[in-house]
Design a protein around this ligand. Structure first.
Ligand code: SF4
Length: 356
């Protein structure tokens, strides 16, 4: 292994690798901070292949930060549908409004102003500031943490503040201050294509001679992730109710998942329940108060996995005879059946809609 005191060599090897092998991504053809910001937000927790289509659709519908600020949140959520992590969509909308009200509609041009926008953290602020405005801020995300932890043999946990601090300092020391945006994109691509979480391509790696983990046969051990994810099981029972050519939705609120998205009337239980058991519950009686006759059809059972939750879901289609009046609780509203696809919904609801 070569001397570790070779940061400038590592940087130049990364840059020459990037010149030959870097990904040809559509948002790299622009220096518009708004478009770079949108691409970075979409790519958080989303694969490039999937994110590309959403990026094009989003930019076509909202070509500027003003157009995004001027729209309704429901429309942003609808466009985001299927991407998951909907907080991102609510935040980009809120941030666009901030740009309008605080920065007179002009996307901010400094790291400190960019990071003041809703939902923008250190990673996104560094990416936008460096790529669009040439500011010398190194990006550090999971990819970069992994590359640096392996290259420099850092055994500190990715969750520890000490680990984050050390990695950030090394990242900053590797930054090419002449062209920080290009360097940041190079290291991101390198983490995504070469120094991958599983089966990194060490034999084809241009940094192999400088890599502490490779030299010490510790690639599989780094980076250190000492936090176990605990999964919470939840049991959702959705009712797709049909009555007089209408169906029924409610809007999710509070601080739970899928805030402000729409869904069918729902009963959640802490343990698995079948329909007979559900019928005995108070929320069921409240939902179907005064309805003694209906037909029920169990349409779909599905387990929907989120990062920290497993949603065990049953969808029931309930048909209430037209001649029986149906007045659900006030949070549930009636829509024409054909309007169903106009509402922004979670990927879980979307999966069900694909079956009907
Ligand atoms: Fe990553 Fe392997 Fe290259 Fe080291 S040698 S930087 S572990 S790909």
């Amino acid at each position: 292994m070569k001397e570790r005191n070779s940061n400038s060599l590592i940087t130049s090897l990364l840059l020459s690798w990037y010149k030959k092998e870097g990904r040809d991504l559509p948002w790299r053809e622009t220096t518009d901070p708004y478009k770079i910001w949108i691409s970075e937000i979409i790519l958080q927790q989303t694969r490039v292949v999937q994110g590309r289509d959403y990026y094009f659709r989003f930019i076509e519908r909202f070509p500027s930060v003003e157009s995004l600020a001027a729209t309704k949140e429901d429309e942003v959520l609808k466009l985001w549908q299927g991407l998951g992590y909907y907080t991102r969509a609510r935040n980009v909308h809120a941030a666009a409004k901030q740009v309008k009200s605080i920065f007179n509609g002009v996307f901010p041009s400094t790291y400190s102003n960019i990071i003041s926008l809703k939902g923008v953290g250190e990673y996104t602020a560094a990416a936008v500031a460096s790529i669009a405005f040439n500011e010398s801020y190194a990006v550090v995300d999971g990819n970069v943490f992994r590359v640096i932890a392996r290259l420099f043999g850092i055994s500190l946990s990715i969750h520890s503040s000490e680990g984050k601090k050390v990695i950030r300092e090394i990242a900053q020391s590797l930054l090419d201050t002449q062209d920080p945006g290009r360097y940041n994109q190079a290291v991101m691509d390198f983490g995504a294509l070469i120094c991958t979480p599983a089966q990194p391509k060490c034999t084809a790696c241009v940094l192999q001679d400088y890599c502490t983990a490779f030299a010490g046969n510790r690639v599989g051990e780094l980076p250190v992730n000492d936090r176990k994810i605990s999964i919470r099981n939840r049991y959702f029972h959705y009712f797709h109710i049909l009555h007089n050519g209408s169906t029924f939705l409610q809007k999710r609120n509070g601080s739970d998942i899928w805030k402000n998205l729409f869904e069918f009337p729902l009963i959640e239980t802490t343990l698995p329940s079948d329909f007979t058991e559900l019928e005995k519950r108070e929320p069921f009686r409240k939902l179907f108060a005064g309805i003694s006759t209906f037909s029920v059809d169990h349409r779909l059972a599905i387990k929907h996995q989120l990062t920290h939750q497993a949603i065990h879901t049953h969808f029931y289609r309930i048909i209430i005879p037209d001649e029986i009046p149906f007045n659900p609780p006030k949070e549930i509203f009636r829509i024409d059946d054909e309007q169903l696809l106009e509402y922004p919904v979670s990927r879980l609801i979307h999966k069900y809609l694909e079956t009907i």
